[in-house]
Design a protein around this ligand. Structure first.
Ligand code: NDP
Length: 495
C-alpha cells in the first residue's frame, strides 16, 4: 500500500465538499516483486549478456520497485533464435491443441487477476478500479476469444489453409501494459506464430509475471519470449533478420522509423499509433450521459489512451450547458493513491510524460486558450496532473493538433453537422471518434464521413475482443481484435 492519500475535490462554486471518502486501499500483499529480473528466453530466466540493468519505479511514489535486465543485440538474437526453434513444432500442432494452451493461460489469468491488477497499478500508476474491472477482464477475454479461433482458422475467410507467418516481434507501450500484451500475443499464438515481446521500459513487471504464467500453463519453451529494455532493444528487434512480422503500438514518430527500417525487407508490419479523437456532442444528445462519456473518453487512464476523446466538439447551442455540467462533474473526481478503490485518477506514468503534458498545457495557455482545473490537491511525491479543460481553443493551437496523452481536453464549438465533420477530420490522425445524438440517421451520416477506424455512438472507449481496432492516416494500419486481427498473423491474410 502506498502512503499517498486520496484527495477529495470540491465541486466548484459550492461551499462544502460533497462528502469525504474513507481510504479503501487494496492490499499489496498479494504481489511479490523480486529485487531483480532477467530475460525470459526459451522458457528460462537468463541474465542479459552484458549485465546491464535498469530500474522500474512506482510513479505514484517514485519508489524503486525492481531492477530489470536490459536486452542488448545479442540477447534479442538469442530470443529470436529460441522463437525460431519453437516455431516448427508450435505451427504444426493441431489448432485445437494450441487453443488448449490459450484457454489454460486465460484461466490462469482469471485465477491470478487480483495479483496482476495490483501489480499493474503499482508499476503503471493507473487506478485499481480500472485494472481490476477493465484491464484484467479484457486481458482474459482476449485469450479466451483467440483460443476459440485456433481450430477454426480455415473458416476465417482467409483461404482454406492459412499459414502462420513465423516469428513475430511485438513492441508495446506503457499505457495498457498487460492488455496490449494480450492484444498481440493471443492472436499470434492462436495462428501458430511464436513471439518475442518487448514491453515498455517503464512498465515491464506484468509482462514478466505473464512469463511465469506461460510456465505455469506448460507452454512449450520458446513460444513466448520476453525481452525487457528501452527503445534500443525495440530497435534491435525491428532490425533482426530472423523476425517475420513486426507488431507495434506506440507513438507515430517511432512507427514511422519502424516502417522505414522494414521497408524492402519483406517483413510484415502492423502499426497502431497515436490519435486525436473528436468526441462530438449534438444539441439533441442526452447531456448527462454525454458528460459521463466525455469524462470516460478523456480522463479514463489519466488520458493515456491512444483513442482518447481529446478534442471535444460541442454544438454551440448547448456549449455552455455542457461545459458547466462537465466542470461540476470533474469537481467530484478523486485523484490520488492508485491502490485506493475510490480513486478515479491515478498517477501520470513517468516524469517524462508529465513534462510533455506540462509543456503542451503551457503552450495552450500561451496560444490563447483558457485553462480550467478543479480545486484539487496533488500528492507531494510521484507524478500527477489534475484534470484540465481548455475552452476557447482554435484548430491551429498545438493542444488541438498534437496528442497530449494526458488528462487534458480541448473544447471546440461547432454549429452544423458539416462543420463538425470538417473539424473532426482536420487532423493527421484517424483512430477513433464519438458521436452523441438521439438520431440514428445522424449517427450513420456521421459514421460514414468520419475518417476514424472506430466510431462510438452514445458511448466511448468501449472495447471487445470480437471487435477490430485500428487506424487511418498517421494512426497506423492493420487491425487488432476480431476476425480481422487474425489476418495480421496469417500468410495470405489482410494486413
Ligand atoms: P514510444 O513510441 O517511444 O514507445 C512505444 C514502445 O516502442 C516502447 O516499448 C518503446 O520502448 C519502444 N521504442 C521506442 N523507440 C523505439 C525504436 N526506435 N524502435 C523500436 N521500438 C522503440 O512512446 P513513448 O513511450 O516515448 O511516448 C511518447 C508519446 O507517444 C506519448 O506522449 C504519446 O503521445 C505517444 N504514445 C502513444 C501510444 C499509443 O498507444 N498510441 C502509446 C504510447 C505513447 P521504451 O518504452 O523502452 O522507450
Amino acid at each position: 500500500m502506498t502512503d499517498t492519500p486520496v484527495r477529495n475535490t470540491r465541486v466548484p462554486d459550492m461551499a462544502t465538499p460533497l462528502w469525504e471518502y474513507a481510504p479503501a486501499p487494496e492490499s499489496r500483499d498479494i504481489v511479490t516483486i523480486d529485487s531483480s529480473y532477467g530475460l525470459f528466453i526459451g522458457g528460462e530466466w537468463v541474465e542479459p549478456s552484458d549485465g546491464t540493468m535498469f530500474k522500474t519505479v512506482n510513479p505514484a511514489t517514485e519508489e524503486v520497485l525492481a531492477e530489470v535486465a536490459q536486452a542488448g543485440r545479442a540477447d534479442v538474437d538469442r530470443a529470436v533464435g529460441a522463437a525460431r526453434k519453437a516455431f516448427g513444432r508450435w505451427a504444426k500442432l493441431p489448432g485445437a491443441e494450441r487453443g488448449k494452451y490459450l484457454y489454460r493461460i486465460a484461466r490462469i489469468i482469471q485465477e491470478r487477476a487480483r495479483e496482476l491488477a495490483v501489480l499493474e497499478s503499482i508499476d503503471n500508476g493507473k487506478p485499481i478500479k480500472e485494472t481490476r474491472d477493465i484491464d484484467l477482464p479484457l486481458v482474459a477475454a482476449h485469450f479466451f476469444y483467440y483460443a476459440g479461433w485456433a481450430d477454426k482458422l480455415a473458416w476465417a475467410g482467409l483461404g482454406p489453409d492459412p499459414r502462420p507467418l513465423g516469428v513475430a516481434g511485438q513492441i508495446i507501450p506503457w499505457n495498457f501494459p498487460l492488455l496490449m500484451l494480450a492484444w498481440k500475443v493471443a492472436p499470434a499464438l492462436a495462428c501458430g506464430n511464436t513471439v518475442v515481446l518487448k514491453p515498455a521500459e517503464t512498465t515491464p513487471l506484468t509482462a514478466l509475471l505473464f512469463a511465469e504464467i506461460c510456465r505455469q500453463a506448460d507452454l512449450p519453451p520458446g513460444v513466448v519470449n520476453i525481452v525487457t529494455g528501452a527503445g534500443e532493444t525495440g530497435r534491435h528487434l525491428v532490425e533482426h533478420d530472423g523476425v517475420d512480422k513486426i507488431a507495434f503500438t506506440g507513438s507515430t514518430e517511432v512507427g514511422k522509423q519502424i516502417q522505414r527500417t522494414v521497408a524492402g525487407t519483406g517483413k510484415r508490419v502492423t502499426l497502431e499509433l497515436g490519435g486525436k479523437a473528436a468526441n462530438v456532442i449534438f444539441d439533441d444528445a442526452p447531456i448527462d450521459q454525454a458528460v459521463e462519456g466525455i469524462v470516460n473518453g478523456i480522463f479514463f487512464n489519466q488520458g493515456h489512451v491512444c483513442c482518447a476523446g481529446s478534442r471535444l466538439l460541442v454544438q454551440e447551442s448547448v456549449h455552455d450547458a455542457v461545459i458547466d455540467k462537465l466542470k461540476r462533474r470533474l469537481g467530484t473526481l478523486r485523484l490520488g493513491d492508485p491502490l485506493d478503490k475510490n480513486t478515479d485518477i491515478g498517477a501520470i506514468n513517468s516524469s517524462v510524460q508529465l513534462d510533455r503534458i506540462t509543456e503542451l498545457v503551457s503552450a495552450g495557455e500561451q496560444e490563447g486558450a483558457q485553462r480550467w482545473q478543479p480545486e484539487c490537491d496533488l500528492p507531494e511525491r510521484g507524478y500527477w496532473f489534475p484534470p484540465t479543460v481548455f475552452t476557447g481553443v482554435a484548430q491551429s493551437h498545438r493542444i488541438a493538433r498534437e496528442e497530449i496523452f494526458g488528462p487534458v481536453v480541448s473544447v471546440l464549438p461547432f454549429r452544423t453537422p458539416a462543420e463538425a465533420i470538417e473539424k473532426a477530420n482536420n487532423t493527421p490522425y484517424g483512430l477513433s471518434a464519438g458521436v452523441w445524438t438521439e438520431k440514428g440517421s445522424r449517427i450513420l451520416w456521421m459514421a460514414q464521413r468520419l475518417r476514424a477506424g472506430v466510431v462510438w455512438a452514445n458511448t466511448f472507449n468501449k472495447f471487445d475482443p470480437a471487435s477490430p481496432f485500428g487506424g487511418y492516416k498517421e494512426s497506423g494500419f492493420g487491425r487488432e481484435g476480431g476476425r480481422h486481427g487474425l489476418g495480421a498473423y496469417l500468410a495470405g491474410g489482410v494486413h
